[in-house]
Design a binder for this molecule. Sequence first.
Ligand code: TPP
Ligand code: SF4
Length: 287
Amino acid sequence: MSCITNKSIKSPITPTWCPGCGDFMILNALQKALVELELEEANTVIFYGIGCSGNMADFNRAYGFHGLHGRALPSAIGAKLANHKLKIIIIAGDGDFYGEGLNHFISLARGNHDVTAIIHNNSRYSLTTGQSSPTTKKGTKTKSTPTGLVEKPFNPIASALVAEASFVARGYSTKFLELIQLIKAGVSHPGFSLVDVIQLCPTFNKKENHPFFAERIYDLAAEKHDASNKMAAITKAQETEKVPLGIFYQDKESMPYHAHLSQLEKKSLVDQWSAKTNIKKAIRKFR
Ligand SMILES: Cc1ncc(C[n+]2csc(CCOP(=O)(O)OP(=O)(O)O)c2C)c(N)n1
Ligand code: SF4
């Protein structure tokens, strides 16, 4: 089987994102991470949400599934249970994952399903032209909140930690080399991994631009944060003035959901099923 290469992963379709959009960096970091991890092309599947971020489905030449808004997660879990040999990655926006998909996000974390979620967190519903999303700051004026947002923002890092996620990290679209490493660490982790990526959206979130973040970001590892200490991770996750980047928490003993299922010990479900079923006949039935 052949591995993903720089050439194989490039799609002939040119991205339609706005100039300066952080999605370009996340796309390139993901592609680089998949190549460096030497993942098999045939066993790697990317599930996309709906949004500017989800449009990445066209810009990767890889197996993928572009489903409904907020529903990349259950589809990804289904695929992992059907064939646990697959490497599964989710690409979604903060609206998709922390809004429409929130209940699935909590189940995914609690179940420790072996998938990696890379969330383009631009604090807006950008594809639909910039309405407030779950991570928009209180008081922000957007098209949908012309007098200022009433609610406090959802905290994805803290929520993932209390929902028992076994790997929780935050990247920044402009910190390209660090983002590659975070994606590689998340994809290599056995169990659920959340890589929340602060993503610049110069079109609908002009205020939270690069100078805004440059003043606030710092590296957790450089501060000697102990990523095996969950309480320390929860404390770091509460910071709002500064923006810590890196791995907040990783459970080194993590055992993914599928590893608990004795019926999958010898063969994946799809291998068990295809050994007994004439696949051509089954496909004909659904035509
Ligand atoms: C159930 C449902 N609600 C609303 C929409 C409309 N819709 C499509 S994309 C989108 C915004 C996506 O925002 P986000 O997930 O944050 O991704 P971004 O565009 O910011 O990358 C919305 C609200 C939809 N397609 N389906
Ligand atoms: S609207 Fe924002 S998120 Fe969407 S492509 Fe433009 S810059 Fe990127």
